[in-house]
Ligand binder design. Structure first.
Ligand SMILES: *Cc1c(COP(=O)(O)O)cnc(C)c1O
Length: 427
């Protein structure tokens, strides 16, 4: 019976839906989820899978969490939504105060929006408007590093890796930006000052046309799952100070403990001028994001012509999203997340290490609650998914990468189940 429902849903999906980065219908049929609780997804045919992806970095506390459910229900009784133009509400004020208290020191203002991509759009607008207001409209380009990922809208696409982001497809449509090679020294490698030679030269020669440097601090996510040396981030901060560029840190994937620090910028004790948050902000409950900036950025934009930030989404600061974000941060603060992430890190290291010996594997790397197996050739996604699903695990590999970032509440047995599923899939 339930497997008939399952088949029916998958077929109807194929008739009407697009999926992320996919043809329609999707060449690999999606798995139909009926419900989710804790670390587990329950499929319509009764199969249960441990979510090794945390629904793309977001579900740090697990699904269907009583505290997050209660926060949303309570907010629903008050109001589901109200426009933010000319109105305000306590959930937004409390969340902004909380975010400013926990993010790297020096940030002063919070702009709420709908999704990570929009948060990066807003960050780019802030940077461009900042220089416009200062009478330097030529400073409008962005410098970034290759293998980055910042979202799918056009401005964000322009700073994604040009190859992964298929810039050739949109050649006249994406703004031309300035790219430095991706950092090569790994997170725990030996620092060598040569690492910044190229980006330093780009800044020296082109700073008059640059508004900002934008990057994902420490962890490059969807553009390659790479972990780079904290000294690189701190030297980029120095370059921005020296040449008067804004630094935009995109912590949409890394924020809220994932890398072992509450924010990845903390690995280098760096405060960016503009910070983007999303994904785990709501504990994975809904689409929501925030762009934070230092006081001097908001002051310049607000006090000099045109005097306003040109952005204002309809669902800005949605009260349900604010309420569940506050509850999620509360859960994090009241949990031993640092120990949980460190324990997951140890289990991922131990569990994925055997993969290193496999002939198809190029590299194995782990940082915080992120485990990555990089293969020499593109992963056969359908085959690997079938193998890990048969072992009760959900993963979504892409390109040459099979990776996992489990919910922080995953138990040791569950993390081991994930790593052994990955190892067996590549054996
Ligand atoms: C996911 C992601 C985004 C885009 O967020 P969406 O909510 O998917 O628009 C931007 N930057 C980084 C680093 C991300 O991981």
């Amino acid at each position: 019976m339930s497997s008939a429902i399952y088949k029916d849903l998958v077929e109807r999906d194929g008739a009407v839906l697009w999926h992320p980065y996919s043809a329609a219908p999707a060449p690999i049929s999606p798995y139909a989820v009926k419900s989710a609780s804790g670390t587990r997804l329950t499929l319509h045919d009764g199969r249960q899978l441990i979510d090794g992806m945390s629904s793309w970095w977001a579900v740090i506390h697990g699904y269907n969490h009583p505290v997050l459910n209660a926060a949303m229900s309570a907010q629903l009784e008050e109001m589901a939504h109200v426009m933010f133009g000319g109105l305000t509400h306590e959930p937004a004020i409390l969340l902004a105060e909380k975010l400013l208290a926990i993010t790297p020191p020096g940030l002063a203002k919070v702009f709420f929006c709908d999704s990570g991509s929009v948060a990066v759009e807003v960050a780019i607008k802030m940077a461009v408007q900042y220089w416009f207001s200062l009478g330097k409209p030529a400073k409008k380009r962005l410098l970034t590093i290759r293998q980055g990922y910042h979202g799918d809208t056009f401005a964000t696409m322009s700073v994604c890796d040009p190859v992964n982001g298929m810039h050739h497809l949109f050649s006249d449509l994406v703004m031309p930006q300035v790219f430095a090679e991706a950092p090569q020294i790994p997170f725990d490698g030996v620092w060598d000052e040569c690492e910044i030679d190229e980006i330093k030269e780009l800044v020296e020669t082109r700073h008059q046309e640059l508004a900002a440097i934008i990057l994902e601090p420490i962890v490059q996510g969807a553009g390659g799952m790479r972990f780079y040396h904290p000294q690189y981030l701190s030297r980029v901060r120095d370059l921005c100070d020296e040449y008067d560029l804004l630094l935009i840190a995109d912590e949409i994937a890394t924020g809220f403990g994932r890398t072992g620090e509450l924010f990845a910028c903390n690995h280098a004790s760096v405060t960016p001028d503009i910070l983007c948050l999303g994904k785990a902000l709501t504990g994975g409950y809904m689409s929501f994001a925030a762009t934070l900036c230092k006081g001097f950025v908001s002051e310049v934009i607000s006090q000099k012509g045109p005097g306003i930030l040109m952005h204002g989404p309809t669902f800005m600061a949605n009260p349900m999203a604010c309420a569940v974000s506050l509850a999620s941060i509360g859960l994090l603060e009241n949990s031993p997340w640092r120990e949980s992430v460190a324990e997951i890190e140890g289990l991922l290291k131990a569990g994925l290490e055997p993969c290193r010996e496999l002939s198809g594997v190029k590299d194995v790397r782990v940082l915080g609650a992120i485990g990555v197996v990089e293969t020499k050739t593109p992963v056969d996604v359908k085959r690997v998914q079938e193998l890990v699903v048969a072992r009760g695990v959900w993963l979504r590999p892409f390109a040459n990468l099979c990776y996992t970032m489990p919910p922080f509440v995953a138990g040791a047995g569950e993390v081991k189940q994930i790593t052994s599923a990955i190892c067996s899939a590549f054996s």
